[in-house]
Write a protein that binds this ligand. Structure first.
Ligand code: FMN
Length: 351
């Protein structure tokens, strides 16, 4: 992780590949250097290249210009790979070296690295998934240790993995081995129902050459509600010998690395060392508050129509996004109408 990096949070159903690629320029202009995909299941027999989330491993300014911008750049719908053409110009020439520069994960200004996130508890399945994504150009990967849903965590996945240190160890071993030192990260809650569970795991986590540890400063029991506990978060930061990325209710400060708002929550860049920040919901809301938000939505509708078949899934996707915008005056006036639209044409007419 490069110091001061700002990472777009994975929001399943929201910051999906179509969202990231449609708004790549806006994401890059906001100062994000990286985006983590919503989780992909790492289960035996599942090929991650068939997952919709897998597309370009770099998006942004260059991706919208010289580079091919869509999934087809790297992986066809059938999951067939075209390594080398993903970042290429029409002639298929690759620009990987020039774009990524030196170490894996370093991007040039205006480009956003995409890091696939996996969820699971099977080290063998994770190994397979990581090898597959590496084979199409991804250089970084993340493990979900934070999903709070009881169905997931009770099976020892997501935040549940915090309760099985041996499994967590094996997953980190595989991650760091396959992706290489400094290229594998984990994203965790403070604990399942206590705020000191992650802290107790820090001696184990510190054994690994992780790219970083992202801390969502809530317990799993809190789901997405209630205040983040930055006092507990700072204890983890103090115990960490790996870079730390802070996450949870941070307001997006467009064009900056959002350090100011984090300092006001009590986590200063000093205490965090070379820490980064991850922001999700406030960025999604900020898009809806832009004067061109209507055009953004029209663009997203068009891109989603190209990807999906029929009105239903497109409407579902748009309503999910609009639910983040419904407090914004322009959108709140339309929300009651928008949420009952039954066709894309109706939706377009109502926005
Ligand atoms: C709808 C939704 C979906 C989410 N999906 C994921 C996910 O796939 N992987 C993950 O690690 N976190 C996921 N999260 C958690 C976010 O990445 C993030 O940790 C949380 O929203 C706090 O950050 P924020 O306040 O900046 O949004 C999700 C959160 C929400 C609200």
């Amino acid at each position: 992780m490069t110091e001061g990096s700002l990472i777009l949070a994975p929001l399943r159903g929201v910051t999906i590949r179509c969202f990231r690629e449609t708004f790549a320029a806006e994401i890059a202009a906001a100062g994000f250097t990286e985006a983590v995909t919503p989780f992909i299941t790492a289960n035996a027999g599942v090929d991650p290249l068939k997952d919709r989330e897998i597309g370009n491993w770099l998006i942004g300014e260059l991706a919208n210009g010289r580079m091919s911008g869509g999934r087809e750049g790297l992986v066809s719908a059938a999951g067939e790979t075209h390594r080398g053409t993903g970042l290429g110009d029409a002639a298929g020439e690759t620009h990987r070296g020039t774009v990524l520069g030196g170490a894996a994960g370093e991007t040039h200004r205006g480009t956003v690295l995409v890091t696939p996130q996996f969820i699971g508890k099977d080290p063998g399945a994770l190994r397979y998934c990581l090898k597959r994504i590496k084979s199409v150009g991804y250089t970084t990967a993340d493990l979900n240790c934070g999903c709070p849903f009881p169905m997931v965590r009770n099976k020892g996945r997501g935040s549940g993995i915090l309760r099985t240190p041996n499994v967590l160890r094996q997953m980190m071993e595989v991650g760091c081995e396959v992706m290489g030192p400094g290229n594998f990260s984990i994203k965790a809650r403070l604990g399942v129902d206590r705020t000191d569970e992650l802290l107790k795991l820090m001696p184990l986590i510190n054994e690994f050459p992780l790219r970083h540890l992202t801390i969502h400063a809530r317990t799993a029991k809190q789901m997405y509600e209630g205040a983040c506990d930055w006092t507990a978060g700072e204890k983890v930061v103090a115990a960490a010998r790996v870079p730390v990325v802070l996450n949870g209710d941070l307001e997006v400060v467009l064009g900056s690395a959002a350090f100011g708002c984090v300092a006001s929550l009590g986590c200063s860049p000093e205490t965090g060392g070379g820490t980064g920040r991850m922001i999700g919901r406030s960025f999604v809301r900020a898009l809806g508050a832009r004067p061109d938000s209507r055009e953004l939505l029209l663009r997203y509708i068009a891109a989603s129509q190209r990807e999906l078949s029929g009105d239903r899934p497109v409407l579902g996707r748009m309503k999910e996004l609009l639910s983040y915008w419904k407090e914004i005056p322009y959108w709140s006036r339309r929300w009651n109408l928008l949420k009952i639209c039954r066709s894309v044409d109706e939706l377009r007419a109502a926005i």
